[in-house]
Design a protein around this ligand. Structure first.
Ligand SMILES: Cc1ncc(COP(=O)(O)O)c(C=O)c1O
Length: 429
């Protein structure tokens, strides 16, 4: 049958669940922020705690962490994790080559050097064997990313970090709701960052959080995030600021407004139910698509809950008549009316957005820039993951099980007609 991409009838015309979701539960929280005349934790105390404080208390409880702090973005949260650990010039941080650019950019922003390593074949997350080889006397931290749907190998990474006396930072931007060995991701490492941007599993437009089991680190994060100030330890007084200035640690303002906290307070109670639904649907899709030759992406041993920030599956090299993955994604988009792509995360040596020398502040010295160069670098496992990955936003997994049949039908239709997706062969002379 003719593919929708080539003018044939599409497999599906009905809409998919929307994301971000309609969130009527947020209205009373948003109205409360307006009514309290206090739109930020940095505003004067008006008699009731900021929603910011309420959300952090609930998020901390939800994760089973020692504490959490809201930030403007996940990118800011990552940078604050590094600054809280006092990582800076001359330091190295080991980072997976395959991630979103915000991960290594946070390292650059504190003047440290990201040392890139390849990922595991099965999961696409940082490879502990490659990490061990990359450790030097300058290594201060290893920064793992729980990518797409997979939890990184936290057991091996934590052992390595402990053995070498370095910090383990978890980038949980894509993994809210995931758990490893019955602990929420973000509570296994030394310190962790979450993102609440519009695409994420827990979202408020733009936002982030730092989580840690160390109250000392969290105290540093709070001050680094709030222009050096921290929440008063004594009772707040109406008309006075609840944040008190303390000398000795310079920060920036990375505090989000209470409007973000209001949406998050309404969304948090839905996270667990949605995670369960996404995981159930992903298992159904994985099973059906592996029957037609696609490869399921795995997660670390002892993962007790996967979080599906994207639905990802790998095509096999040469399958689909050797059609490029981008053409398969385009064909799926046309059949289903939902965007499929090769994911926004790319290996950094193939990522045009990763260009440290484009900013003067990263041109610290010739030696520093040379240390950042990825020219000619090869990371074979990340390259094959990226080139074989077919990804779709997680709203796909909020559908009913019946809707998933459309996805399987679209893959099957494209598989059968894949000859028509092959780029035209150059004619012989
Ligand atoms: C792995 C990863 N790290 C960090 C970030 C940065 O989060 P934010 O967009 O909230 O700054 C993202 C966001 O897409 C991400 O996917």
């Amino acid at each position: 049958m003719k593919l929708a991409l080539h003018g044939g009838p599409p497999v599906r015309t009905r809409p998919w669940p929307a994301w971000p979701p309609a969130c009527p539960e947020a209205h009373p929280f948003l109205e409360a922020v307006l009514a309290r005349h206090r739109w930020s934790i940095r505003g004067e105390f008006t008699g009731t705690p900021s929603l910011h404080t309420d959300f952090c208390a609930q998020f901390t409880r939800h994760l089973g962490a020692a504490g959490s702090l809201l930030t403007t973005t996940g990118s800011a949260a990552l940078q604050l994790c590094l600054e809280a650990l006092d990582i800076g010039a001359e330091d190295e941080v080991i980072v997976p080559i395959y991630t979103w650019i915000a991960t290594p950019i946070a390292v650059l922003n504190v003047n440290a050097t990201p040392v890139f390593v390849d990922v595991e074949e099965a999961t696409g997350c940082i490879d502990p064997v490659a990490v061990e080889r990359a450790i030097t006397p300058r290594t201060r931290a290893l920064l793992c990313v729980h990518l797409h749907t997979s939890v990184a190998n936290l057991g091996a990474l934590r052992t390595l970090a402990d053995r070498h006396g370095i910090a383990l930072i978890e980038d949980c931007a894509q993994a809210a709701g995931a758990a490893w060995d019955r602990s929420s991701v973000g509570t296994v490492g030394t310190i962790s960052a979450f993102s609440f941007n519009q695409e994420k599993l827990l979202c408020c437009g733009e936002g982030g959080a730092v989580v840690s089991r160390s109250t000392d680190l969290l105290e540093r994060v709070e001050r680094l995030r709030s222009d050096g100030a921290r929440r008063r330890r004594d009772a707040a007084v109406i008309g006075e600021y609840e944040m008190e200035d303390l000398p000795g640690l310079m920060g920036i303002n990375a505090c989000p407004s209470d409007f973000q906290a209001a949406v998050l307070l309404a969304e948090l109670p839905k996270l667990a139910g949605r995670s369960e639904m996404r995981e159930g649907n992903a298992v159904v899709l994985d099973r059906a698509l592996s029957r037609i030759g696609l490869r399921v992406v795995e997660t670390a041993d002892r993962t007790t809950r996967r979080a599906y920030c994207k639905y990802v599956i790998r095509r096999r090299e040469g399958d689909f008549s050797g059609a490029p993955t981008s053409a398969i994604c385009e064909a799926l988009t046309a059949e289903l009316g939902l965007r499929f792509s090769q994911t926004e995360c790319r290996p950094m040596h193939l990522e045009p957005l990763y260009c440290p020398a484009s900013k003067r502040r990263h041109r610290l010295s010739q030696a520093y820039l040379q240390g950042l160069s990825l020219e000619g670098a090869r990371f074979p496992r990340a390259e094959s993951h990226y080139s074989e990955t077919i990804a779709c936003h997680h709203r796909l997994l909020l559908s009913e099980e019946d809707d998933l049949a459309d996805v399987v039908n679209a893959f099957e239709k494209i598989h059968l007609a894949s000859e028509t997706l092959r780029p035209p062969q150059a004619s012989s002379p």
